[in-house]
Design a protein around this ligand. Structure first.
Ligand SMILES: Nc1ncnc2c1ncn2[C@@H]1O[C@H](COP(=O)(O)OP(=O)(O)O)[C@@H](O)[C@H]1O
Ligand SMILES: O=C(O)[C@H](O)[C@@H](O)[C@H](O)[C@H](O)COP(=O)(O)O
Length: 222
């Protein structure tokens, strides 16, 4: 069974969805938040965004975990909640774990902002959210494009450039690629976009779980 990385900006629901998805898949769950060095936690607690350099050791730790899982041809899924904001980060995570799939939880800025402000007991300060959207480097289409966020708006246009490629690239894995299937975000990177604006966690898990079930022929629990 492959590795599933649940990705997106801080507050999009990675931990909630990732943990629930691992449960219905009878898989293992890892929260990338638990692998940040203390210096990164200190920065984010103060509302200071991480840089590429800050993220490198953290991403390599996660990459080793994904690689170890992939190499052992496991009989269970590994679900990792990790922001994976940039394409280069996703490529790092997939190094040595080419069968890793990504589920991108996305919503307009205002939706996520409200959730972050309401969230209790997390080290990340809501002030990092703007930088998270700015860092988000998407190369796959998403339905939601926020009018308040120029990065997201640009991604909507980016769909035109990527749709043709992803149709072909998906053929290897599934033989077909529709908007409801795993979208290919470039060679070797498969992304499944989910608009989390209105869906509850259980609905998101059901949606992703069904897609996985169709792709891998494995029934999900619940
Ligand atoms: N689909 C959803 N609908 C409503 N609230 C959600 C949803 N997913 C997560 N939340 C809430 O939003 C907040 C952020 O979710 P969390 O899982 O911590 O996100 P992340 O791990 O991406 O930072 C939490 O308070 C969580 O309960
Ligand atoms: O790359 C980063 O800047 C961080 O990893 C960030 O994306 C992540 O989201 C934080 O760890 C906050 O944690 P939550 O995403 O759980 O809010």
């Amino acid at each position: 069974m492959p590795q599933i990385v649940v990705m997106g900006v801080s507050g999009c629901g990675k931990s909630s969805v990732g943990a629930a998805l691992a449960t219905v898949l009878s898989g293992e769950f890892i929260d990338a938040d638990d692998y940040h060095p203390q210096c990164n936690i200190d920065l984010m607690s103060r509302g200071t965004p991480l840089t590429d350099n800050d993220r490198v050791p953290w991403l390599h730790t996660l990459q080793r975990l994904l690689q170890a899982h992939s190499k052992n041809t496991p009989t269970h899924y590994l679900v990792v909640a990790c922001s994976a904001l940039k394409r280069s980060y996703r490529e790092t995570l997939q190094t040595g774990a080419a069968d890793t799939l990504f589920v991108h939880l996305h919503a307009p800025y205002s939706v996520i902002w409200d959730r972050l402000v309401a969230r209790q007991g997390h080290f990340a300060h809501s002030d990092i959210l703007k930088s998270q959207y700015e860092a988000l480097d998407l190369d796959h289409p998403t339905a939601a494009t926020s009018t308040t966020n120029p990065t997201a708006a640009r991604d909507g246009d980016g769909c035109v450039a990527t749709c043709t490629d992803r149709d072909e690239a998906c053929t290897d894995r599934k033989g077909a690629c529709t908007d409801r299937d795993w979208a290919c975000a470039g060679p070797g990177i498969n992304v499944y976009p989910v608009d989390v604006s209105t869906l509850q966690v259980c609905e998101i898990v059901s949606d992703v779980g069904q897609c996985l079930g169709q792709t891998y022929g494995v029934a999900i629990n619940g």
